[in-house]
Design a protein. Structure first.
Length: 99
């Protein structure tokens, strides 16, 4: 059964920054990036336990064809989406967000 998703307040900024970058290259590329985000969010809700634990309760999901990672925490009643980060960014910043 798919779990409900909760979002850290900064996730919207993460997504808009990355999407704007890809929109600047090509509108079609921006659309593909957004579709990839939707697919990953759906996968996290449906198969939350199948993704790698990277730190305490945090799990990571890599994007197909984009150098991004989605970080989330798996809770009993929901998954908490903590951020969408560039895979080459400073990973210490990934662990500063929590629910």
């Amino acid at each position: 059964m798919a779990k409900k998703r909760r979002y850290h307040p900064l996730v919207a900024n993460d997504l808009s920054s990355a999407a704007e970058y890809y929109d600047g290259i090509s509108v079609e590329l921006g659309k593909r990036f957004r579709a990839s985000v939707r697919n990953r969010l759906h996968a996290v809700s449906a198969r939350h336990e199948s993704f790698a634990v990277i730190h305490d309760q945090m799990r990571a999901v890599l994007f197909d064809r984009f150098p991004y990672v989605l970080i989330f925490e798996d809770h009993a009643d929901s998954v908490a989406i903590l951020g969408i980060f560039h895979a080459a960014s400073d990973q210490q910043g990934w662990f500063t967000r929590s629910y």
